[in-house]
Design a protein around this ligand. Structure first.
Ligand code: NDP
Length: 412
């Protein structure tokens, strides 16, 4: 019997998921792409048909409404729902999946629209409900979160008895030719980088604690293979929340992302003038939210695809012990923006998110990764996922470094 797959969200990531599901049609069966703006789904469906020959269906849905979602899921009789809309829709979509008894997957954790804060709490709270409904929810199946969690699980399984420190290293060395633009949803992107940094470590009593830093206050230069040395800044990133729970013996975890000087200068100016604000302001009798207005002005991330050149490199630098000896391992993946665009008409940031979303859903449908309840990526056997990455366009590398290799971190 053929599966039925429902994808929600027709942005950069939704485009990649639609292409990649179509390219793995024997698993995904009948594919429907639904979003708030149906014309975007239709445009993607046309491109998928032209490039792969596979016909996908489209639909309109407001994913803030559980009722609308339930009606659509029932109409399609979906077996799995891949949520690549925005993090604001995670809870309504999870609730609709629970109401219909359908498996769920997403790539970003829930964020309240009125509060620049994201955490797994409310999604994890649905674990019991998902168990009662005998369905699975896979959270954060993008690149980071997603592949980075799987890289850590792979290091844990094959290279370490105990993992002590993890540094996640995320570099986008793509150039789109604009003085300033964001590579995915500008609101989410800008909220992420203007927030305070945070990392986790165990104190002298062995208790884990989160240490907060000023935005962009801690930096190191990492020599990314196939890219070169780049300034990388400490940020809070959501995969750390689940990894501190699921990796025993962990003593510290940090996340670093590269930013160019020009990008940071634009960001500082926008922040100083109030353009990153999420509270409504009064403008000539109308209420506007500054960051939403900014989004209107900035290039649509989907339009960056054909213009972006260069590479991404995202990986994990892991230290710990194996058979009593110290060990350091670096696992990373390099993607090329132009090659991604050539294949599926999206640049590498969308590609590196959409491919893992498809792989997570594929493993769920094939029951290679299947457990009732709500789960994070590192809870599953990393091997089938790592194999699929190599087959589906995200080949990875692993390097064993000197046991005493480390990052040279400094305060800016
Ligand atoms: P886009 O903004 O390009 O696309 C989002 C899509 O969701 C749009 O089609 C939008 O519709 C649709 N949407 C928004 N609100 C609703 C709603 N209420 N009902 C139905 N559809 C809605 O985002 P991206 O494609 O770049 O990102 C998609 C997701 O991937 C985000 O959650 C993002 O955080 C996540 N992500 C994860 C990464 C990872 O590595 N884990 C990396 C990058 C992104 P409309 O066109 O009408 O606005």
């Amino acid at each position: 019997m053929s599966n039925k797959t429902l994808i929600i969200g027709a942005g950069g990531v939704g485009n990649v998921v639609a292409f990649k599901c179509a390219m793995n049609r024997e698993t995904f069966g009948e594919i429907t792409l639904a979003s708030r703006t149906k014309s975007k789904c239709d445009a993607i469906a046309q491109n998928v048909k032209a490039k792969t020959g596979v016909e996908i269906q489209t639909a309109q849905v407001d994913a803030d409404s559980v009722e609308e979602l339930v009606a659509l899921i029932r109409e399609i009789d979906a077996d799995i729902l891949i949520n690549v809309a925005l993090p604001y829709q995670d809870l309504t979509i999870m609730d609709a999946c629970a109401a219909c008894g359908v498996d769920y997957l997403d790539t970003a954790n829930y964020e309240h629209p009125d509060e620049a804060k994201f955490e797994y709490k409310e999604q994890w709270a649905r674990d019991q409900l998902f168990r009662e409904q005998h369905i699975m929810g896979l959270l954060g199946s993008g690149f980071d979160p997603g592949v980075t969690n799987v890289f850590v699980a792979y290091a844990q399984k094959h290279y370490f008895d105990e993992i002590h420190t993890i540094d996640i290293l995320d570099c986008n060395a793509g150039d789109h030719g604009y003085p300033f633009a964001t590579n995915f949803n500008p609101e989410i992107n800008l909220r992420e980088v203007s927030a305070k940094g945070r990392y986790w470590q165990r104190n002298e009593h062995g208790e884990g604690e989160w240490i907060e830093t000023e935005p962009m206050a801690i930096k190191q230069v990492w020599d990314y293979p196939e890219v070169g040395p780049k300034d990388s800044y400490l940020l809070y990133h959501e995969e750390m929340e689940s990894l501190v729970k699921n990796i025993p013996h962990l003593k510290r975890i940090r996340f670093f992302m590269t930013f160019g000087e020009s990008y940071l200068t634009h960001m500082r100016v926008l922040e100083n003038v109030g353009m990153l604000g999420i509270e409504p302001v009064e403008h000539q009798g109308q209420k506007i939210i500054p960051i939403e207005f900014l989004k209107t002005l900035l290039p649509d991330p989907a339009s960056l695809g054909p213009r972006t050149k260069g590479k991404t490199n995202i990986g994990v630098f892991v230290k710990g012990i194996k058979e009593g000896e110290p060990k350091t391992v670096y696992i990373y993946q390099v993607s090329d923006h132009e090659k991604c665009y050539e294949e599926v008409m999206s640049q590498a940031v969308s590609y590196t998110t959409g491919v893992p979303a498809m792989i997570g859903a594929k493993l769920m449908l094939e029951k290679k990764w299947y457990q009732e309840g709500v789960h994070n990526m590192e809870e599953f056997d990393p091997d089938p996922f790592m194999e699929e990455l190599n087959k589906q366009g995200l080949p990875w590398q692993i390097m064993e470094l000197d046991a005493d290799a480390s990052l040279e971190v400094k305060e800016v």
